[in-house]
Design a protein around this ligand. Structure first.
Ligand code: FPP
Ligand code: MG
Ligand code: MG
Length: 381
């Protein structure tokens, strides 16, 4: 059937690039201190989903076919290959004991000229995964997590102190790699992401804008949640899509489209995540299910249920800490349309993401980006 939709596996489209990603990330995380080396690389052992790097690589490839503009370059040149000896020398070669950053070169396959993905865009993909992994290290300490990616979480394996420090180390190395891209706008974007992650996490510490004992449901309830969701999840995805387009010298319209795609997909991604916390078993998730209520968090499914069942306000106010609160809330959510409404909202965002890149020229990468939207809606983990 010539009219059948072509099915593109987004993973396959960038499989060659992803093959080198983990190896390069591990290189970026090398430390001469053996235990720091181990803790920093811990989450690179278990295969993550690589959602963010995959999006950066697909976006880079899809926007390579759009019109290019000559952007104002820094004195170093925006897309100078990262393998240049000048930028390869360590920042502080006179104090090398614990710093093994000198091996920051890309794998040789990365510098092949036939590829439409720039070395800087590949590095950006690695940086996004580094920042994401750093946030997981910190998040698992904050959430007292026991498991991540079907293995003991780093805080359990090494303790809180080392987990926090390893997260900081990842951010440090991500910052060095970012600086070496020599693009101030991209640096600013990704530095903002790090601040946004903290802002999102802070908003999450409080369920509502004002810390009330018996909060009332208003339209602000949902917008507070969505703002938090943007900061916590969509900021990294949207700004790294934007950065990929910037590194590709694309026009301002394409940069905005890339950003809009990432923002909408990122919001959908987290809405689905919050839904799965209610609907999927811990065994399938690879991390404990039903964790949000236990942590006192009111996410989209509960917020929608609350709109129709005002008795939830009291439970939200005390963060489900009362006897039987978690169970009660779970039952109210299950009997409500909260989960359906969450899915419907995620679908709206996914539709907007696809619409945002509709003007991109036809390509396998573009279809990969569209397929990512379908995958986000279908995922079970
Ligand atoms: C996972 O969410 C965590 C995040 C998306 C971001 C967490 C951000 C911080 C801890 C801020 C500080 C970190 C850095 C690196 C600046 P989740 O707990 O809802 O998901 P989970 O079920 O996977 O644990
Ligand atoms: Mg967590
Ligand atoms: Mg958390």
């Amino acid at each position: 059937d010539p009219n059948a939709p072509i099915s593109i596996d987004p993973f396959k489209t960038v499989a060659r690039e992803l093959k080198f990603l983990t190896k390069n990330i591990r290189q970026l995380l090398g430390s001469g201190h053996p235990s720091l080396d181990t803790v920093a690389k811990y989450y690179t052992q278990s295969e993550g989903k690589y959602v963010r790097p995959m999006l950066v690589l697909l976006m880079s490839r899809a926007t390579a076919l759009t019109p290019q503009v000559a952007r104002e370059r820094s004195i170093y040149g925006v897309n100078k290959p990262i393998t240049d000896p000048e930028v390869l020398t360590d920042l502080n070669p006179s104090a090398p004991q614990y710093s093994t950053l000198s091996s920051m070169s890309h794998d040789s396959a990365y510098t092949q000229e036939d590829s439409d993905i720039l070395p800087s865009q590949r590095r950006l993909a690695e940086i996004t995964e580094l920042i994401h992994t750093a946030s997981l290290l910190h998040d698992d300490v904050i959430d007292h997590s026991q498991s991540r990616r079907s293995a003991p979480s780093a805080n359990i394996e090494f303790g809180n102190k080392m987990a926090v420090l390893a997260g900081d180390f990842l951010l440090g190395r991500a910052s060095v790699a970012l600086a070496r891209l020599r693009d101030p706008e991209v640096t600013e974007l990704l530095a903002t992401v790090i601040a946004n992650l903290v802002e999102g996490e802070f908003m999450q510490l409080k369920n509502t804008a004002r810390d009330e004992k018996n909060p009332v449901w208003t339209e602000d309830t949902l917008s507070y949640y969505l703002q938090k969701t943007y900061l916590k999840s969509a900021s990294l995805i949207s700004k790294s899509c934007r950065a990929a387009a910037i590194l590709g010298q694309t026009t301002p319209e394409v940069v905005e489209a890339a950003y809009s795609y990432g923002k909408n997909l990122g919001l959908a991604f987290q809405l689905v995540d919050d839904m799965l916390d209610y609907t999927v078993s811990g065994a399938e998730l690879g991390k404990p299910a039903g964790a949000d209520l236990e942590l006192g968090l009111a996410t989209a499914p509960l917020l929608f249920a609350w709109k129709d069942n005002k008795s939830l306000g009291k439970l939200v106010g005390r963060k489900f800490s009362g006897e039987g609160d978690v169970q009660t809330a779970r039952e109210i959510v299950a009997d409500s349309s909260g989960l359906e409404q969450t899915r419907a909202l995620a679908q709206e965002y996914v539709d907007k993401a696809i619409e945002a890149i509709s003007g991109f020229p036809e390509s396998e990468a573009k279809h990969g980006l569209i397929e990512m939207c379908t995958k986000v809606m279908k995922r079970r983990k």
